[in-house]
Write a protein that binds this ligand. Structure first.
Ligand code: HEM
Length: 180
């Protein structure tokens, strides 16, 4: 994050998210997931015949978070509950691929808007899956703290975000479809 690296294919990084580049991010990320020896088989097993639906849903999900488009209706915890064979290494790989894909495509100020919720939701999914006394890997904790410092440092004059002391992704992570 601190060391800007040249974009992989010479394309400038986006300074802001929009519908088109969110869709492209989602497609690029799941191409890498699909190719990954650890994650690929899990997603192939779960999403056979449903990839298009998944990509559309994930585009809506990230647009809701990052663009505030408020279209996503779902329950992230419930969606992952059936995945019984997921281990800490799966989360580490998911995060590595996601953070890396985001970093290659967005300038840091925009990248943070994807990275922070991804890390928070990953933490919440790991605690649900591995038990509430599971210790989140130190590098995830440290990265989340660094991203938060970066965001709050840059946006110190913002009004209190998302109100009510609600943890940022709670409305996406914990509630049932259709609730608001
Ligand atoms: C070990 C890491 C992960 C694995 C293996 C995994 C796997 C999956 C699979 C297979 C689905 C499709 C469920 C279905 O439709 O049957 C899914 C859905 C989803 N995942 Fe993950 N996931 C992981 C981590 C994450 C993380 C960290 C996030 C945080 C952004 C996330 C966000 C979502 C969302 C929003 C959905 C759609 C939920 C819905 O149906 O409304 N996933 N995931």
């Amino acid at each position: 994050m601190n060391q800007p690296t040249p974009p992989l294919d010479g394309t400038p990084r986006h300074t802001e998210a929009d519908e088109t580049n969110v869709r492209a991010l989602v497609e690029a990320f799941y191409r890498r997931v699909d190719d990954d020896p650890l994650l690929g088989p899990v997603f192939a097993r779960e999403l056979t015949g449903r990839w298009d639906e998944h990509l559309a849903k994930m585009t809506t999900f990230w647009s809701s978070l990052v663009l505030g488009s408020k279209q996503y209706r779902g329950n992230v915890q419930e969606a992952h509950r059936p995945l019984g064979d997921i281990e800490p290494q799966h989360f580490a790989r998911w995060l590595a691929l996601f953070l890396n894909t985001v970093e290659a495509r967005y300038e840091p100020a925009a990248a943070v808007l994807f990275m922070e919720p991804a890390l928070r939701i990953a933490q919440s999914l790991q605690l649900s899956k591995f038990g509430w006394d599971y210790r989140i890997p130190e590098e995830q904790v440290a990265l989340l703290a660094a991203l938060k410092r970066m965001r709050t440092g840059k946006e110190a004059t913002d009004p209190p975000a998302r109100g009510g002391g609600e943890p940022f992704p709670a409305r996406f992570v914990g509630r049932g479809a259709g609730e608001d």
